[in-house]
Structure formats: C-alpha cells, structure tokens
Design a protein around this ligand. Structure first.
Ligand code: ADP
Ligand code: MG
Length: 239
C-alpha cells in the first residue's frame, strides 16, 4: 500500500472572478522510503502540489489517500492531527518564530501533540544535537545564519518522528555549502527510512533524490528514477 496516493487531483484557485489552475488532474503514488524531487518552472504548480500532499491545503477535486485511508471527509482538525503525527515541513523562508530560542522553536510541534515537560525539552535537545546546533540552543532564532535556521527547521520537522518530510525550496535561501549540509540531512533521514518529498528548481538538489517528478502547467510531464544520483557527504562534498 502506498504511503500517499492521489487520484485525479485538481486544484483551482478562485480570486474574485479569476480562476487559476494550480493542479490539473494529477495521479501519483509515493511509496514509503522514497526520496522524490519535484521540479518545474516557476508557477508550474510545485508548491501547490506540496501543499496538497502535505494536507496544508485541500484539492478542489480528486482523491487523497494516506496509507490507503481516504482523507476527503476529514475536518480541518483531523487534518492538522495527521500533519502533526505523520508529516514534517521545511520551507524556503525557514518559518521559525524569530523571537523564540532555538530550543523553543524545535519544541513547538510537541506542544500540539501533547507531550509534557520535561520530556519536551529532552526530545528537542536530541534533535538539536542531531543537526549540530547544541551550542546555539538558547540563541534567539533571528540571530542565526540562514544555514543554521534551516537546520533548526529540520530539527523541528523531525521532532514527531514523521513518516514523510515535505520541503519546499529548502535550499532556495542558502549558499551552496549550507544547502548541501541540509541535503545531507535529507539523504541520511532517507537512509533511515523517512520518506522525503522536496520541491526544487535547482538541479543539484534534484540529482540527489531517487526520483524526479517534473511538473508543467499543473500536470506531471515526466516521472523518472535518477540514474546518476549525487550522494552528498557530511562535509557537503560529493562522495
Ligand atoms: P510553483 O511553486 O511551481 O512556482 P505554485 O504552485 O505556487 O507554482 O503556483 C501554481 C499556479 O497557481 C500559479 O499560476 C500561481 O499563480 C497560482 N497560485 C498559487 N497559489 C495561489 C493562490 N493562493 N491564489 C491564486 N493563485 C495561486
Ligand atoms: Mg513554489
């Protein structure tokens, strides 16, 4: 059974009288353990696809199944629960709470999932350690460099041990070295069995995935396995 399956997925945005097609009849299966890159030109529907796959937005038409369960009739609260329990998110703009510390940012999803202190701090510290930011644990998020912010976002995305991590242009605001460090985390997480779906228009990011889905005008124009996969080392060097 696929981790995620969508059938005839269509998303139409309506702004006043204007209709824009975000997604046009997409059929797609993502299996557990995959590492998928979604590429395509600006405005092609990449972010829309990620948002619908990540239950951050609902499709206009079509079916969405997670582990075989259709989510069509789920309430917003039930979808939030699915997101919190099964999904982690990383965005181009980091989406941290700038005035909170690294530790408090990473802890945030645990509050929603009802984990109490001191367990919350204990788990968050483990994740911060995993991304190498223990010395920055008490820093205010806004004081960090872009690369450090994205590592905090990765730690936060991992805090509930999600089955799938969705990332939208996670390297878009980073220098190439910091971008490779983030990609290295994704590859390691994928090696550990996490499913990764990453939207990118950078070919070096796409080439580090196992499968590339190309989107154009809201449709899937190609869907291929990566032959010459680019494995990135801990130091950001190609192995
Ligand atoms: P990409 O991420 O590939 O650049 P998007 O998924 O953001 O593309 O956008 C796909 C299409 O949907 C574009 O034409 C965009 O203008 C439109 N779109 C995206 N979000 C909205 C929205 N909230 N309201 C109206 N149109 C939108
Ligand atoms: Mg986008």
């Amino acid at each position: 059974m696929a981790l995620i399956e969508v059938k005839n997925l269509t998303k139409i945005y309506r702004d006043n009288e204007i209709e824009t097609i975000g997604l046009d009849n997409i059929n797609l299966k993502i299996e557990k353990g995959e590492f998928v890159a979604v590429t395509g030109p600006s405005g092609s529907g990449k972010s829309t696809l990620l948002q619908v796959l990540g239950c951050l937005d609902r499709p206009t038409r079509g079916q969405y199944l997670i582990e075989g369960r259709p989510l069509d009739n789920y309430s917003d609260d039930e979808l939030a629960h699915i997101r919190n329990r099964m999904m982690g998110f990383v965005f181009q703009a980091f989406n941290l709470l700038p005035r909170l510390s690294v530790l408090d940012n990473v802890k945030l999803p645990l509050i929603y999932s009802g984990v109490r202190e001191p367990k919350r701090t204990e788990i968050a510290k483990k994740m911060i350690d995993l991304v190498g930011l223990t010395p920055r644990s008490d820093y205010i998020a806004s004081r960090l460099s872009g690369g450090q912010k994205q590592r905090v976002a990765v730690a936060r995305a991992l805090i509930n041990d999600p089955k799938v991590i969705f990332a939208d242009e996670p390297t878009g605001n980073l220098d190439s070295k910091s971008g490779e460090v983030v990609l290295d985390f994704f590859q390691k997480l994928n090696d550990q069995g996490h499913t990764i779906v990453v939207v990118t228009h950078e070919s070096y990011v796409a080439q580090s995935a196992k499968r590339i889905i190309h989107v154009k005008d809201g449709k899937i124009s190609s869907d291929e396995l990566v032959k010459d996969r680019r494995i990135i080392g801990k130091d950001g060097l190609i192995k």
